[in-house]
Design a protein around this ligand. Sequence first.
Ligand code: BG6
Length: 498
Amino acid sequence: MSFQLVLFGGTGDLAWRKILPALFQAYRHQTLPKDGRIIGVARDKMSDADFRSLIGERLQNVEGEKRPQSAEFAEFAKQLFYQHCDLNESSDYEALRLKLSEHPAQLCVMYLATAPHLFTTICEHLAASGLNTESTRIVLEKPLGQNLKSNREINATVRNFFSERQIFRIDHYLGKPSVQNLFALRFGNSLFEPLWRRDTISSIQITLSEQIGIGTRGPFYEQTGALRDMIQNHALQLLCAIAMEPPINAHADAIRDEKLKVLRSLKPWTPQSLRADIVRGQYSAGLVAGAPVKAYSEEAGVAPNSKTETFVALKTEVNNWRWAGVPFYLRTGKRMAEQDARIVINFRPTPHPIFQTPTGSANQLVIHLQPKDGMALHLFAQGQAVTSFTTAPSSTNKTGPGPIGPLLSPVQLDLDFDKRFGTDRVGAYERLLLDAIGGRLNLFVRSDEQEAAWSWVEPILQDWENEDSPLYAYPSGTWGPSQSKVMIANSGHHWDED
Ligand code: BG6
């Protein structure tokens, strides 16, 4: 299949950190159609050759085995081209059109890896230059807007020129093998489905913690914060994967319909719950993995009195028959104690305990998303042979003292998907780029899903505009402000690492 992939923001961070390395991996895995051209578009003036050597240099920063050897990069680079474009300049789009027409292809993917405020401008210009043909697909990077209003505006503009089946909204978490495995776990096995409900599950936790700070992204992060950056998209998509009903088939809309229902069932915020069930924090100086790091307010591009959050913990519920009353705890933060993305499903204790079990524990299914990709099922077993129950009450004494059987030990069934399937599986961006080229929408977010997610975070954003809305400092290298522990303890639970 012949294609042209036009990468707006072609020299930017995202392009050389994620998109071009992923395209290179696809090339290496021989899944990138050979008859394809990748055209970087940016404001700088440079030739195709300059672009190739710039990308060649940048790809030398890629981790270990993914770094290209010079001979293979030289081959891959034959598919790279460059087009200068001032995004506000109509004549530059005309030049782009001419460049594309030099090698007509079956389809054209326009990847907008620019700041989101440029999306509407780019779409309008593409349409004005006749570049929104039936065979065009458009890929939009997150965050799509700053709030519900701007998200709707962007979606409305894009839809003026492209139909929904042409629009690929990225949430790269959906491309991760570990996240796809979540769908496999739930809908490829019959084992868990009967247990997957309020009768058996007492609470669910989703943690996305990072050790990294904001790096060189200060100005972007100041406008964004953890709620928009991680909760509105990645964490809510994971929540959907856990809470959704089984879709009727594996087609994009069947899956997206079910995710949408979950988003629409999220418990609405009240003035009380906005304060009691949400904790926002900002990292102060501290030690991460033994090394001193500075406070968020001292990072480049950040206002010294910034109120931008780098941590959010919250409690919500999914108001439907399956989940009513089951708390879902979501937590994300930068400069945390560990890099860890995991989902913890806590099961209820046995309804009538006859054994003693270690205090506080019950069965758990822990889904490790990264850095480890795997799953652990925590159970109880009897480690030592016991011939009889300790102080045997009369077998007819049903109302006697609590559990008096032997003390059980925690054991776990541990699945390591990296070991089983190898660590060289198709990465998130590689998978999503190939899907965009292949026209598969399953792992992309539909506009109504996105709007529902924005509608739910909107009251939080509004509440945080109030002067009296608290923002707690937490030392870098910890699990966030202590208020996050208090918030969860108020509902009788605790974070998994406590
Ligand atoms: C991005 C956020 O969407 O996801 C970043 O903008 C964050 O702030 C990143 O670091 C996390 O992605 P991953 O794949 O490293 O977990």
